[in-house]
Design a protein around this ligand. Structure first.
Ligand code: SF4
Length: 251
């Protein structure tokens, strides 16, 4: 679930920025309607009723190991990251211990993950920055988090939400898909969807919104063949290509 840095600055000036925005708007699934406030509350209410205390699936021991796990999860499954980090975190659960392992030690531990060379560099550089700038602690501050290598808006949101209990909503591929299909927060980019989710999600659901949506996308509203007949929000969802129960033909 790690992310690349988002770049909101537009070097080409305001005219080009307006054009880019217009193009993005056109790409944002034309004709897809948004849910009403009442429907949004009902959608979250159903997800909450089905899973009152949702939990993420990345394993971690403290804010530092959560940050590392999220950085390692780019282009990797949570299960794959957990297999690599279980033995790693057993010997290195602080930035100081991670630095003591050095490049060969970290590389060997995460060799099974994609982009392990780049990830090793990110892990060691961010660990060094945490030691030098924050006394080895993970800062509870979005700007400071996003200044670390391999950490963008999404990763910072996961850490702020999961480690520090802040109502930040991170948008990964699953959250993006569910938000667009249902009409909860249709948007052309992850940043668009994040902005809309932050605006439309009622305060009472903000803390767990990320986990409800990610788990729904991972297990029910899956990419290829969503399990619409078993979906608790099917009657609210605006997706036009819902799947039918086995043996029933759509008309
Ligand atoms: S009804 Fe289908 S498309 Fe809509 S949220 Fe549920 S699983 Fe996804």
């Amino acid at each position: 679930m790690a992310d690349s840095k988002s770049n909101s600055a537009d070097p080409t000036g305001p005219g080009q920025a307006a054009h880019t925005k217009a193009v993005a708007k056109r790409r944002a699934r034309p004709g897809r309607s948004r849910l009403s406030r009442a429907e949004i509350a009902a959608l979250y209410g159903r997800l909450r009723a089905a899973n009152p205390e949702p939990k993420g699936e990345l394993e971690y021991l403290n804010p530092y190991t959560l940050l590392i796990a999220v950085v390692l999860s780019a282009q990797a499954t949570d299960a794959g990251v957990n297999r690599a980090t279980r033995p790693l975190f057993a010997i290195a659960d602080t930035p100081q211990k991670m630095l003591a392992l050095g490049e060969p030690g970290v590389k060997e531990a995460i060799r099974s993950l994609g982009f392990f060379n780049t990830k090793t560099k990110s892990v060691l550089t961010l660990s060094r920055m945490l030691v030098e700038q924050y006394g080895g602690e993970v800062p509870r501050d979005r700007q400071a988090l996003e200044a670390l290598p391999g950490v963008g808006r999404k990763t910072a949101s996961v850490v702020l939400n999961t480690a520090f209990g802040e109502p930040a909503i991170a948008v990964d591929t699953h959250v993006f898909r569910v938000s667009n299909r249902t009409g909860l927060a249709p948007g052309a980019t992850a940043d668009d969807v994040t902005d809309i989710l932050e605006r439309v999600t009622p305060a009472e659901f903000k803390l767990h919104a990320h986990h409800w949506l990610i788990l729904h996308g991972r297990y029910v509203c899956v990419a290829r063949k969503p399990k619409c007949p078993a979906c608790v929000i099917a009657d609210i969802c605006r997706f036009k290509e819902k799947t039918q129960p086995a043996g029933r033909l759509s008309v």
